[in-house]
Ligand binder design. Structure first.
Ligand code: SAM
Length: 248
């Protein structure tokens, strides 16, 4: 089944962009996913093709108009009625690997990209739209966020990644960061690959990797660790000390 990506944007020329090369590009060429862009401006109704207006209450910038956005969303939904509509906004729910996995298992996704100060808030009451943030940063537009979201989904589609296990063992899949990786040369600038990884003992390697994933998550991402163990964790500085002590 083809995963249908539809992007509502003022800058359709930004797509597929980086998704046209490498894994995602080859998957697009194979038909594992499809891409359709919708120019939001096509749904403006005045002769100037206006998509934005000044913020009610005053202030800097411009706001995307609800009447134009709703017409663009309704058009996309008529094309892909089964695909959820996600609006990219820093005010949204932070995107997680779990949500990406759910989306990748579905028929596709319709992504609404903001610009300027963002969307007229009434669009979220008037249409079934999920507000999604890609992190606590502010981009100049939703397009890079949409590319990120789509990249994360596409790599999970069946057949897109080389080794199936490379998806399931990665960071966040089990609530932890992934263990660290090494490759040849065995010694580089006086630093060697941990001995256990060269032992050939698969049980020991698995145990070392699990341990490293746990202590790294605990020291680097106490928020993830807390969720993982379902309990309060020691301070980040204490955990960091423990990481150093146990590093081999
Ligand atoms: N005024 C908005 C605010 O402070 O929340 C920021 C608007 S931003 C300059 C313009 C557009 O970029 C947004 O409408 C959104 O589509 C996109 N954007 C910016 N940061 C984002 C983020 N962290 N996650 C998802 N989309 C983002």
């Amino acid at each position: 089944m083809t995963f249908a990506a539809t992007v509502l944007t003022l800058y359709p020329e930004m797509f597929p962009g980086p998704l046209g090369v490498s894994l995602a590009g080859r998957a697009l060429a194979r038909g594992d996913w499809s891409l359709d862009t919708v120019q939001i401006r096509d749904f403006a109704t005045d002769k100037h093709r206006t998509v934005d207006d000044t913020p009610a209450g005053g202030g800097a910038g411009m706001v995307l108009k609800a009447d134009v956005l709703s017409a663009a969303i309704d058009h996309a939904r008529a094309q892909q009625p089964d695909c959820p509509v996600l609006a990219m906004t820093p005010r949204g729910t932070p995107l997680t690997q779990a949500r990406v996995r759910e989306l990748a298992a579905g028929p596709g996704v319709t992504v609404l990209c903001g610009r300027f100060e963002g969307f007229d808030e009434r669009i979220f009451a008037g249409r079934d739209v999920e507000e999604v943030s890609i992190g606590d940063i502010v981009l100049s537009g939703g397009e890079p966020a949409a590319l990120m979201l789509l990249d994360a989904c596409i790599r999970l589609l069946p057949g897109v990644m080389g080794a199936p296990s490379s998806g399931s063992e990665e960071s966040f899949e089990d609530g932890l960061l992934e263990y660290p990786h090494y490759t040849r040369p065995v010694e580089w600038e006086g630093r060697t690959i941990p001995e256990v990884l060269r032992s050939g003992d698969h049980a020991k390697i698995a145990a070392w990797r699990k341990h490293k994933a746990e202590i790294d998550t605990r020291s680097r991402r106490p928020d993830l660790w807390e969720r993982h163990v379902g309990a309060r964790v020691p301070s980040a500085s204490g955990a960091r000390q423990e990481t150093k002590d146990q590093d081999t």
